[in-house]
Design a protein around this ligand. Structure first.
Ligand SMILES: O=C(O)CCC(=O)C(=O)O
Ligand SMILES: [Fe+2]
Length: 273
């Protein structure tokens, strides 16, 4: 498989960043043609077209995002992201070989859209069934793709590096972290770091870190910020949102890809049944 990425594996510094900071930033790591094709695949998606047409017809309407989860209407580039050799090398180097594809999403953020506050996305922490407790320390990885990038102050992602090292208790709020209350536990000063990413960049995060997104100004030079995400989890029971995989995806998959897909999907009673 010819990789969509400029790198074939993470460096030692990247791995240090994953373990120490809780994320890895890969600037402009998608090859130009892969990046352009991915944008094209997204913009030619019927559902996305309908959203864009509706917004064009009512430019003064309240800003609303495009959001779909799971993002199943993927083109060939979107599909390859799931098991591209670089993605596989990255997952194996950070969390080992025993992981599954969890789910995906696609988001287009227009001018004027509001912020997303600091949060963590490790769903076994937000629920108190015994399965959630057993699974709590397993890795849950979010691969954030920014095909057209973002500038600081314009729907930038921001992270609290090292916040993944703080135990996930209800008291450990981002506000208290940023006030210095957990610096000793994290072994570093916890501060908010706004990122700025060029088109084609990827941010690979351990979902234990607190992250947030700024608003998009009404006069942003970028009409829509495109964000697609693939989520992987260590093998085990379903996470919240672990998506159904269509039989066609499984039939067409090679053994490695099949292994990523052959796991149970989330259902309303899967943690209590
Ligand atoms: O829009 C983004 O950059 C990140 C959104 C986010 O927090 C998430 O998908 O978990
Ligand atoms: Fe998030």
């Amino acid at each position: 498989m010819n990789s969509l990425f400029r790198l074939d594996k993470p460096s030692t510094d990247d791995l240090d960043s994953f373990h120490d900071d809780g994320y890895i930033f890969f600037p402009e790591v998608l090859k130009d043609d892969a990046r352009e094709s991915l944008i094209e695949e997204i913009y030619t998606n019927d559902d996305v077209r309908r959203y864009l047409d509706a917004r064009e017809k009512a430019p003064d309407a309240e800003p609303n995002s495009y959001f779909v989860r799971p993002w199943n209407e993927r083109g060939p580039i979107g599909h390859q992201l799931i098991d591209d050799p670089f993605v596989t090398a990255l997952l194996q180097a950070t969390i080992g070989a025993d992981y599954h594809f969890c789910h995906s999403a696609l988001n287009l953020a227009p001018r004027g859209i509001g912020p997303v506050p600091f949060h963590q996305d490790h769903h076994h922490w937000k629920h108190e069934n015994s399965v959630n407790h057993t699974e709590r320390d397993k890795y849950y990885i979010q691969i954030l793709y920014y095909p057209n990038g973002f500038k600081r102050g314009d729907r930038n992602l921001k992270v609290i590096p090292g916040s993944h090292l703080v135990a996930p208790t209800a008291e450990a709020t981002p506000k208290r972290m940023l006030a210095g209350d957990y610096d000793a536990e994290a072994g570093r000063k916890l501060v908010e770091l706004p990122l700025e990413v060029a088109p084609g960049s990827v941010v690979y995060i351990n979902a234990r870190i607190f992250h947030a997104v700024d608003a998009k100004p009404v006069d942003s030079p970028q009409p829509y910020r495109i964000f697609n995400i693939d989520i992987f989890k260590e093998a085990g029971p379903p996470h919240r949102y672990t998506q159904e995989i269509s039989p066609e995806w499984i039939e067409g998959a090679d053994p490695y890809r099949k292994k990523l897909f052959l796991r149970d999907a989330y259902t309303d009673d899967c943690w209590t049944a």
